[in-house]
Ligand binder design. Structure first.
Ligand SMILES: Cc1cc2nc3c(=O)[nH]c(=O)nc-3n(C[C@H](O)[C@H](O)[C@H](O)COP(=O)(O)OP(=O)(O)OC[C@H]3O[C@@H](n4cnc5c(N)ncnc54)[C@H](O)[C@@H]3O)c2cc1C
Length: 487
């Protein structure tokens, strides 16, 4: 029986990101993936938002995505296109890039990091005992690990087999999504039918991609060409001579979330933990962020640095984020209806959303830049993402995100060099004596008081803020990075 420290079921975006985080921490991790390669049927997700881009920057790989994508400094709200170019982030835009490209880049990265991928392999079950998990594969093999992460998508076998509830909202609407050619020139752009949105547009290669709300709720992700023609005629009065359909699928506005992201040695991340309508383009983005929240914590537990309880902070921190995204997609779906009352709402609300405060809040929220985890402490920075400041260090000027490339915690000390002693954590936390005289600006909040020191977790969130002293620093180090090595 082959053994690994962690097995990840599912090598989609979330599974690959989690694997990379574990590999960076030198944990023996393997992915079990059903697909023969990372190609997808259809284009699926179409973009990366600011916080996901920042997190990829924290690992030094964001340029691989940026070079292939299209920068869009706007955020869509029903009835309005809002500017977000003034967000205080290096990534004050969303990057238009297809999921296939995203997965290809992530696959190359985990390959470089030496992650073992069992392709064409399917997890069919598992048994948890005191010391680990025995994972059964369809081909009859069994793999063993200390932990099993279910990154196996919305229909997650891992979630079901672990008996984790998946409460939420049953679907009320179904949509067809298609990539095809059309004989006649279709009406392009977004329009609101009585039940919901429909949109047709051209892909880079000149073909048509479309989303059409169906007139009645239908189930099953393999719709027929006749159903597509019927939906086009009802929405546009013509099927535009649709032919050469290379991708036709159906999704709904069902929204569900795992009741718990952890059950003992089993963890859930990405779509296995939360599903919702693609409106707002959030699913892949929050999956990557789940993975970055979980990766370093799981690595520390596996290596015996931190107690298992650290893993509970994964649920505590990420479950509310998933819940908020779900609420948001429900609201956006409601606002996309085309009945008279909703049309009136869609005329009024954009007037509010264009005002500076709501616009900045919405841009930051949709970009994942407004997140605050509960790490204690009064300073506005505590629990928020560390901004990518350009600091002066004994090694010359540096960007903060560069210091996170190895996925290790950093203590940035802005006072007298060498004044903060972190010797008991010298093996785990890099201390960087830094100078920075510019503003500390946070999305939505604005400028905040400069701290004298900040402790930054590997995922780029601030675990502790010093304001002239080191009160609480050792407690924060112990809470997040385990007991001191001399203890
Ligand atoms: C039409 C559409 C548009 C979208 N647009 C956006 C967007 O613009 N932005 C955005 O952020 N998100 C978008 N999404 C959502 C996004 O595609 C998903 O949230 C994302 O793919 C989730 O990644 P994941 O890795 O968690 O799960 P998945 O991508 O579903 O990956 C799960 C993987 O697990 C494998 N697997 C499943 N079961 C097993 C098993 N038993 N054993 C082994 N392997 C298994 C699967 O083969 C798959 O590779 C869109 C989705 C759709 C359908």
């Amino acid at each position: 029986m082959r053994e690994h420290a962690v097995i990840i079921a599912g090598g989609g975006p979330t599974g690959m990101m989690l694997a990379a985080e574990l590999a960076l921490a030198k944990v023996d991790v393997a992915i079990v993936e059903r697909r023969p390669d990372h190609d997808l049927a259809g284009s699926r997700a179409g973009g990366l938002h600011p916080r996901a881009l920042e997190e990829l920057d924290q690992r030094g790989i964001v340029d691989r995505f940026v070079v292939l994508g299209k920068k869009r400094p706007v955020v869509l709200f029903p009835g309005a296109i809002l500017d977000k170019s003034d967000l205080p982030s290096r990534y004050a835009y969303s990057l238009g890039i297809w999921q296939t490209q995203i997965e290809r880049i992530l696959a190359d990265w985990i390959d470089e990091l030496g992650v073992k991928v069992y392709r064409r392999c399917e997890v069919t079950g598992f048994a948890v005992d005191e010391s680990g998990v025995a994972v059964s594969l369809k081909d009859g093999r069994t793999l063993r690990a200390q932990y099993l992460a279910g990154c196996d998508g919305g229909r997650s076998l891992v979630r079901k087999h672990a008996g984790i509830d998946f409460p939420g909202w049953a679907p009320s609407l179904s949509y067809l999504i298609v990539e095809c050619d059309m004989v006649e020139e279709p009406k392009q752009g977004v329009q609101h039918g009585e039940r919901g949105v429909q949109a047709l547009g051209r892909l880079e290669d000149g073909r048509i991609r479309g989303v059409i709300t169906e007139q009645s709720l239908k189930q099953g992700d393999e719709p027929t060409l006749d159903e597509l023609r019927e939906a086009l005629v009802l929405a546009y009065g013509s099927d535009y001579g649709v032919h050469n359909v290379t991708w036709l699928s159906r999704f709904t506005d069902a929204a569900r979330q795992a009741a718990s992201y952890r059950k003992g040695r089993v963890l859930l991340a990405g779509d296995s933990a939360h599903v919702h309508s693609p409106t707002g383009g959030q699913g892949l983005n929050i999956g990557l962020q789940d993975a970055m929240n979980l990766g370093w914590k799981l690595a520390q537990v596996v290596k015996g640095i931190s107690p298992q309880g650290l893993l509970d902070t994964y649920h505590a921190e990420r479950h509310p984020i998933g819940a908020a995204v779900i609420r948001h997609t429900l609201a956006m779906t409601a606002l996309s209806r085309g009945d008279e009352r909703t049309n009136a709402l869609r005329e009024i609300l954009p007037q509010v959303m264009r005002m500076d405060g709501p616009r900045k809040w919405y841009g930051a929220m949709m970009g994942g830049l407004d997140i605050r985890y509960d790490v204690g402490g009064d300073h506005q920075l505590a629990g928020r993402r560390m901004p990518d400041l350009e600091i002066s260090t004994p090694n010359g000027p540096q960007r903060v995100f560069t210091l996170l490339h190895k996925a290790q915690p950093v203590l940035l000390a802005f006072g007298k060099p060498g004044a903060i002693d972190i010797a008991p954590y010298g093996d785990r936390v890099q201390r960087v004596d830094a100078r920075y005289d510019g503003p500390w600006e946070l999305p939505v909040i604005g400028e905040v008081a400069p701290p004298s020191a900040v402790l930054v977790r590997p995922d780029g969130y601030v675990a502790w803020v010093g304001v002239g002293d080191t009160v609480g620093l050792m407690e924060a180090m112990t809470r997040w990075f385990g007991p001191p090595s001399s203890a």
